[in-house]
Ligand binder design. Structure first.
Ligand SMILES: Cc1cc2nc3c(=O)[nH]c(=O)nc-3n(C[C@H](O)[C@H](O)[C@H](O)COP(=O)(O)OP(=O)(O)OC[C@H]3O[C@@H](n4cnc5c(N)ncnc54)[C@H](O)[C@@H]3O)c2cc1C
Length: 299
């Protein structure tokens, strides 16, 4: 899911710690990116292990086939090295404060005060949700007609959708915090009350980063089988991400029911296309059979 996004983290880590990129803002961005990818990556890993366990039926439950051990390992990663929800708060806080370089190391209360005094207008102004909406519309044949299937596999359409969602959520979160503070409520309580929006924004942000990194990676590959296979996976990731949040996109007028159904059809089609490549894609990781140690399943 996030191999390309992890490559970006690795590159940024090198730049920040080898002195080629040495400012506090770059460090904060790196920390935020690493935190967000860790959270989504570890949740994803646990879901994958469970899916594989069920796909192997009863054999998957046998200790000898090691799913229980893998589950134990992946499960705890959602908590240690930073609880995932707490890490996502860090990501969202970074997004809110990113708009004002003069603020560093804001604590939660400071961030809320900042948002109250300054940030909302800036955040709303700087988030270009309306421009992105126009871009999404431009990419659809027929302009305002949202029920055409064409364009779903256009990475510009996919990117515009995930960018729009993030920007819209960021502006919405800033407005909610400001409204609470305007009502003279306790800043900590206000932040707590919008916790679901905080987490949703951070998720949307990380999914946008992963989609961008994946699209960039596919674009740089030379034409050939590898590019074709990764392009399928990239489309599958982007469209299944939109599909998973289709209720939000419909609530915000970015998807019609027809187009939402078209996305699900496309996701199913992509799964059918990826299926014959599955063994090759797994083998590409080069995992030695000695490491697999699941005799009942892989011999
Ligand atoms: C196997 C294992 C090995 C470990 N190894 C180490 C180690 O080597 N070194 C080390 O220093 N630590 C280690 N830890 C500790 C680990 O870092 C902590 O367990 C982790 O940071 C979570 O803290 P906690 O257990 O206090 O849970 P809590 O922070 O109490 O979290 C419990 C729940 O409360 C929620 N929560 C917590 N704070 C907030 C908040 N502000 N807003 C909203 N929700 C919140 C969390 O999302 C979570 O659902 C290890 C833990 C485990 C399980």
């Amino acid at each position: 899911m996030s191999g390309s996004a992890q490559d970006v983290v690795r590159t940024q880590l090198h730049e920040v710690f080898s002195g080629t990129e040495d400012d506090a803002r770059a460090r904060r961005r790196l920390e935020s990116r690493a935190a967000g990818i860790k959270a989504l990556g570890t949740w994803h890993a646990t879901r994958v292990v469970q899916e594989c366990r069920e796909a192997c039926g009863g054999a998957g439950y046998l200790a000898v086939n090691r799913f229980a051990a893998l589950k134990g390992d992946s499960d705890v990663f959602t908590t240690f090295e930073g609880d995932n929800h707490v890490l996502l708060q860090l990501v969202a806080k970074g997004l809110l404060t990113d708009h004002a370089s003069e603020f560093e190391d804001l604590d939660q209360l400071g961030m809320v005060r900042y948002v109250t005094n300054l940030a909302v207008e800036t955040v709303i102004e700087r988030t270009s949700a309306h421009k992105l909406l126009e871009r999404v519309r431009d990419l659809l044949p027929g302009g305002d007609e949202w029920d055409r299937e064409a364009g779903l596999l256009d990475s510009e359409y996919q990117l515009a959708m995930v960018r729009f969602r993030e920007e819209h959520m960021l502006a919405g979160l800033a407005r909610r915090i400001k409204r609470g503070i305007d009502q003279k409520r306790d800043p900590g309580a206000v932040f707590s009350q919008v916790q679901d929006h905080v987490i949703a924004l951070a998720r949307a942000h990380v999914e946008r980063l992963v989609t961008e990194a994946f699209v960039d990676k596919v674009r740089t590959l030379p034409e050939g089988g590898e590019k074709a296979a990764l392009a399928l996976l990239c489309d599958l990731f982007a469209l299944s991400t939109i599909e998973a949040d289709r209720a939000w996109f419909m609530e915000h007028g970015r998807l019609t029911v027809q187009r939402s159904k078209a996305i699900s059809r496309e996701v199913n089609d992509l799964c059918r296309k990826v299926r014959p490549l599955a063994v090759g894609l797994v083998d590409a990781w080069g995992i030695p059979s000695a490491v697999l140690r699941a005799p009942d399943l892989v011999g």
